[in-house]
Design a protein around this ligand. Sequence first.
Ligand code: NAD
Length: 337
Amino acid sequence: MEVSFPVTLIPGDGIGPEVADAAVRAVNATGVKIDWDRVELTSDVILKAGQVLPKHVIDSLEHTHIGLKGPVTTPIAGGFSSVNVALRKRMDLFANVRPVKTLPGVKTRFMDLHIDMVIFRENTEDVYSGLEHEIVKDVVESLKIITRTASIRIARSAFTFARQGRKKVTAVHKANIMKLSDGLFLRCCREVASEYPEIEYKELIVDNAAMQLVVRPETFDVLLLPNLYGDIVSDLAAGLVGGLGIVPGANIGEKDAVFEAVHGSAPDIAGRGIANPTALMLSSVMMLGHIGERDAADKLQGAVEAVYKEGRHLPSDVGGGATTTEFTDAVVRRIES
Ligand code: NAD
């Protein structure tokens, strides 16, 4: 009897359900047997449950240990705290891994270059600890937490990954100013780097890194960053290869993993049927690789690349005129051909 993998599907809100349905169609077309457990997690569900992580979501993930997740809207400057941050902390998904790669046929300012970098962003601490308070009226404090444990394990993930065919790891920091917090992060990176002499190790101050990424993006290989710089640099890097519509991601822990795109819920285009599902499809490729379904992963990756190369059914954010469904139809046709 064929075994099917249980996976928690969290469509999310905004464009989440549109791109999640597209990704599920594409994954199912590969022939892999996935037992999707679809759970609703939207701002409405959170407000009704009075909890950022309602029990039905946690129960499902504790059963499957693998999630495919669309974005969830976080209210700005008030309201409930980020569901994404809560999930990563609750499941101890300490490594946020984001491959940023040139896709054939996408018109960008850098299309003559071959960009292929992988971002390793620490996912559980830094200013995302959510420790903020008002000391006196109009004076607030936000705490940046950096620990040796979290810094060592993200550095080790980056170097272990680099050992499988990469050449260089660049640690990004601001230790010239935050000597204690970023200083500790950097010391941990150096310590781990010394265990991997075959991998070139470099350090860049974050502002210089931002400039170098724009001027020489093709020279970056693996990037290793604390949480906030990783968040910002991910979007910058996405912009180099054609935008948020195409960059996938994974949140990986010791036992559990949740795969999700870099982009958010894109309220400006939600419900219009034009969202680009590539990022979540490529996150699904990472998920298939993670569960050992290499053939299905290669099929889906190949189909997405073929549709981009052909260029006739590209979504509007990458210069085409196809709807979410038309693009997905083209990917599914490729898989089935
Ligand atoms: P966003 O990523 O949602 O959108 C930024 C821009 O990119 C918008 O113009 C949007 O239309 C475009 N875009 C994003 N994804 C796209 C896609 N797949 N196809 C085509 N265009 C796409 O960022 P934002 O506007 O800063 O955030 C909106 C909401 O999403 C906020 O509430 C934020 O907190 C949340 N968010 C959630 C996650 C997550 O769930 N992991 C991540 C980032 C942001």
